[in-house]
Design a protein around this ligand. Sequence first.
Ligand SMILES: [Zn+2]
Length: 356
Amino acid sequence: MSDKSHNLRINPERLWSTIMETAAFGRTEKGGLRRLTLGPEDRQVRDWFRAACEAAGCTVKVDELGTMYAIRPGRNMSLPPIGCGSHLDTQPTGGKFDGVLGTLAGLELIRVLNDAGIETEAPIAVINWTNEEGSRFAPAMMASGAYVGDFDPADILARRDATGKTVAEALDEIGYRGPEKSGSVPLGAFVELHIEQGPILEAEGKTIGVVEGAQGIIIWYDGRVVGFESHAGTTPMPLRRDALCALSEIVLAAERIAREQGRARWQRSGKLRLPIPLGTSSLGKSRSHSSFAIHNRKHWMLWIPKSEKQFQRLQSAAAWRLPSSKSGARSPSFLRRRSWKRSRPQRRRSAFHIDG
Ligand SMILES: [Zn+2]
């Protein structure tokens, strides 16, 4: 590459105005976007994207699932293109940047290279994946999933939206059922720029970060805490074995562990099933049992090696509140650890896209 490759910068005003220009397709009253995949607004933005990429010297290929590959030639066309991109579809109440930034930043990259007169060794492919969001057709990330072999394209084409329309029909309707087989456009690498979907970078005053892992529930605990019901007016505190109090200990212990890990990404969400709904006349009783689940949505590699110890901590946090051996209920197994081997779609998430 020539010296011109040093200190290349994008044109931020151009990228910004490009994003704002495409935000006309599916604009909502509050300034967001509603651009459901393969709908009329998606067709508008696709047509715009194709024209803009062709004007920048790219050849646009479309595969059988509607994914668009805008390819800028390289010096060595026998090399597979370096891919970048994201998605132009949105959630029903989506924003202007989710997916759009990643796709249009790819276009900006092409424009910058053109302005600098740089020819890259390998070609570059700017990609608009079909239906990353999954809000009209399930599953989300269907086209990128098919690309890497997780889904069968024929099965994807037969998926239906809420009105009964298939993906194939929707593609035909907007003219984006392309001739390329899914997965047939080779890529040497793929990079996706995406807005952060959480508050961490902003809170830490950082402008960019690298995704270290995918969001996914890898391990969870199913639990059933068994205490015993007793009359709140006549049972002294030391003799009560209230299951809700024991459950509260577990919830707080899970939060403590999360905080000790020092990063806010560890989430605990509980689905609680209480036998006595709050606000009923039965509040005069202490609770006999509570069922719940604690999910761990966390970077799987950091979590698994520590889990057994943490599992014990959750148990011991509540055990003292539960009935002892007389009723046989103070079992060390009131929490059941369940794990979920990472499936291929989750691996794909880390490769292509993070949740939406
Ligand atoms: Zn996205």
